[in-house]
Design a protein around this ligand. Sequence first.
Ligand SMILES: *Cc1c(COP(=O)(O)O)cnc(C)c1O
Length: 380
Amino acid sequence: MNFPIDKFAHTQTPFYFYDIELLRQTLGEVSHMAEHYDFAVHFAVKANANPRILDEVRSYGLGIDCVSGNEVRAALEHGFDPKKIVYAGVGKADWEINLALDADIECFNVESIPEMEVINELAMAKGKVADIALRINPNVDAHTHQYITTGLEENKFGIGLWEVEAAAAKARELSNINLVGVHFHIGSQITDMGAFQALCTRINGLLRWFEEQKYLISVVNVGGGLGIDYEHPDEVPMPDFKAYFETFAKHLELRDGQKVHFELGRSLVAQCGSLITRVLYVKKGQKKQFAIVDAGMNDLIRPALYHAYHKIENISSSAPVEKYDVVGPVCESSDCFGKEVVLAGAKRGDLIAIRSAGAYGEVMSSRYNLRPFAESRFSE
Ligand SMILES: *Cc1c(COP(=O)(O)O)cnc(C)c1O
């Protein structure tokens, strides 16, 4: 990526830098491919809720996938059509459900029978009927990191396969909810299309069962989870949306009138974002040297939380490369962005780019150690 280093020279660090052109290319490509297959895409706003990013996403006509009441509120405030807002989450509080009912959102993705009963009760009090989809835990292994696997029986998410029958019967019995769809989400950063193919096989069996039981299922929401290339952000700035959609087009056995929905987060926004930070000190130890930077785990927690890899570059040096542990100022040993990172020779004041940080970066930041929030900057 060509960073506008001159512009960065007088900018307070750390900050998130978003390449709007790459974001637009990605959104353009995903919209184009989705249209080709007649699929609908909702952006998983938990990946990045920056107002500028939301405006760009909306301008491409995508819907929004929310996992909290405030995310629903943010989507409404940014002008998203309520009929393109879906809302999932294992622990929806009453105020959050009421907020979504008042907004007449497209669909609640319901994760348990007790939750279904509460939505029914709250909808009844408002004289409304809420459309719902059952979030079913398909027990499919996404072959990804254990912290971001969600579709196994041991995970807290969704309705187990063994209780789908009871949940569907309950939905039929309750007067103020309307079962319109099924919903799945097996995990994140999935790069093996075989995992999605296994999901399709599971969904096909369920769709057959729903048809036999005379339930009218019009929405098949397959969730998100498409991975990106953290190792090669420049060579592979965009995931292969075609191969991804093709997998579902080929393997899902849809009935007439059924529409496939996707909820993509990371794959839409990860590559357009970088965390830009300055080297404060280079500290030489006996066995290794540290590049101590002014961004910390409070700004980007993925390496500490998931042992996630981010490519790190010294964008202001062309000195011969050396190895550094790139660490932040926070008082935790886990405040480390990368060990033994090969960087152009670093000195105080150099700008460091931590790449592929547009998803689950800014939005997960905190004020730990009472550090201020990093600001955001845009390429245009
Ligand atoms: C997090 C999440 C997504 C998005 O996942 P990505 O891996 O970022 O694509 C989609 N749906 C649900 C229900 C989620 O919780």
